[in-house]
Ligand binder design. Sequence first.
Ligand SMILES: O=C(O)c1cc(=O)[nH]c(=O)n1[C@@H]1O[C@H](COP(=O)(O)O)[C@@H](O)[C@H]1O
Length: 271
Amino acid sequence: MHFMQSLKDAWRRNDSLVCVGLDPEPGRLPASIAGDADAIFAFCRDIVDATADLVCAYKPQIAHFAAQRAEDALERLIAHIHDRHPGVPVILDAKRGDIGSTARHYASEAFDRYKADAVTLNPYLGHDSIAPFLERADKGVILLCRTSNPGGKDFQALDCGGEPLYLRVAETIAREWNGNGNCALVTGATWPEELGKVRAVVGDMPLLVPGIGAQGGDLEAALRHGLTAAGDGLMISSSRAILYASGTSDFAQAARKATDELRQAVNRHRG
Ligand SMILES: O=C(O)c1cc(=O)[nH]c(=O)n1[C@@H]1O[C@H](COP(=O)(O)O)[C@@H](O)[C@H]1O
């Protein structure tokens, strides 16, 4: 199914705008699981199985797996989500971006190898670097626009003919790159007013919003500036605050509780 349709269905079915980020940190896995040969897979699988009715998407972050030589665990994790929790879209957080001939391999990596429903990308190399992803019309193409980190402003806020670069990025993607209706943007909750400016130029395009929880972003302000008239349009992403809500053997139940609390906090601000 088309990523955008899966996302809309999951927003509605689970009454949730929460995306759980799957960022396994080897030093933070609970002792009850850390010794297992397949600890990274088991940890993420248990988090997924405890939260799948509460989320609109999962977002595994590829470096957290690759740095541990756990790409195989990532493949199996995504297959597990598709098998056991069909209809919950998986966003591969890879932030790729390269010339077209290489980008084709990155697109194949995300969609054919890992079987992700969407991927995060860096638009800095321009349209031809993103074209191999855009042409996969059923897949989501989620482009960095106003990132959550402190250095996000170094380039993204630079004046670009009377407007900041990140807004030029948003306008160009909405107007010129979204012919297949498969684009979304990353706008951090740490910059809620900028998020609102992006919303004003992209209509109802979905926004992936990291930065709440561990990065201290303002959830209430992000929702005020980012919700669409229909009360959705956002993927509010949280990783560490959910994954490590408890450092012990009850980690999956604690993750469920943290996910549900975030879901309810978000829903209090929806129409
Ligand atoms: O594309 C992303 O997901 C992303 C974009 C951004 O601007 N900021 C950001 O933190 N992220 C990712 O979102 C996750 C944030 O994790 P927590 O701060 O633990 O919720 C990490 O996996 C980051 O790589």
